[in-house]
Ligand binder design. Structure first.
Ligand SMILES: [Cu+2]
Length: 299
């Protein structure tokens, strides 16, 4: 673990101790738990739900397009599957050896062969435009309002705010720590001590890499997933239009604790983000923030 990461961990430990003392004082009261990063009142939007089988709520254009494309392809593939099953049933009933004792002896049917070649081509031509346009939308990285570098480690993430010269490690919380950090009980295995915080309606570019083996950074509700490969810097982007807490998990088998390195992104208003950023910079940045410094490229 690097020195800055250690500084944050130490600070967290101190803050945690303080919080336990406060909790003890408030024991029995109905006060909600205060998150360690000072960001409260956010709804957890992007997280798995019991018995859920569909996508998480889509909160970026890319995620909405993914859901649309998935539904569209589901219709196409359902029609194809029903047609093939129907044909198999017809063949099995009508052309079995009992109902059709004298088999026909022809081997070719030109109109039929042209049909089963042309129809799949038409289907592919219909599928290609929405698929490729979505792929280009994901892969063309726009100008960033905020750039974050995410480094996968065995088994935690390091998030660096490259424009502001600070970074922190994000470790999964133990079950007993959830309330202290403002998380619900069912967010065990998803919640981390230091969440990534980004402003709402801003373009965020995440540079993804790894320090040891291949990991993958993803937030399903944003429609982003990118392998983190040692020695390579890849990028993804998102622009979230709904404030809230969003969860993701490392999505590349990376060793024994692969399932214990989740990702949390808190999407907040500009004011809350600026306040959080000031606090982080004051505490952890190598370069102090200058008065009047622009923090977002689009401002
Ligand atoms: Cu991993």
């Amino acid at each position: 673990m690097n020195v800055k990461g250690f500084a944050i961990r130490s600070a967290t430990a101190v803050a945690t101790t303080g919080s336990i003392a406060v909790s003890a004082l408030l024991a029995g009261s109905a006060w909600p738990a205060r998150a360690q990063d000072g960001i409260d009142g956010l709804q957890a939007i992007g997280k798995p739900v019991p018995d859920g089988i569909n996508f998480q709520p889509a909160v970026t254009d890319v995620a909405r397009d993914i859901v649309w494309l998935d539904n569209f392809l589901l219709i196409v593939i359902s029609v194809i599957s029903l047609l093939v099953i129907g044909l198999l049933v017809v063949v099995a009933i009508r052309y079995n050896s009992w109902s059709n004792p004298t088999p026909a002896r022809f081997t070719h049917n030109t109109p039929l062969e042209i049909t089963w070649t042309v129809v799949p081509i038409i289907i592919l031509l219909v599928i290609i435009p929405p698929s490729l346009s979505l792929l280009f939308k994901q892969m063309r990285i726009p100008d960033a309002d905020l750039t974050i570098k995410a480094t996968g480690n065995q088994w935690y993430w390091t998030h660096e705010y490259v424009d502001h010269g600070f970074e922190f490690d994000s470790f999964m919380l133990e079950r007993g720590q959830l309330a202290e950090y403002g998380y619900a009980d069912d967010e065990f295995l998803l919640a981390v001590d230091n969440a990534v915080v980004v402003p709402v309606n801003r373009t965020v570019v995440v540079q993804v890499t790894a320090s040891d083996v291949i990991h993958a950074w993803t937030i399903p509700a944003f429609g982003v997933k990118q392998d983190a490969v040692p020695g390579r810097l890849t990028e993804l982007w998102f622009r979230v239009d709904q404030e809230g807490v969003y969860f993701g998990q490392c999505s590349e088998l990376c060793g024994k604790d692969h399932s214990y390195m989740p990702i949390v992104v808190k999407v907040v208003g500009d004011d809350v983000y600026e306040h959080w950023l000031d606090r982080m910079i004051a505490e952890y940045a190598e370069i102090p923030r200058q008065p009047g410094t622009l923090t977002l490229a689009s401002d």
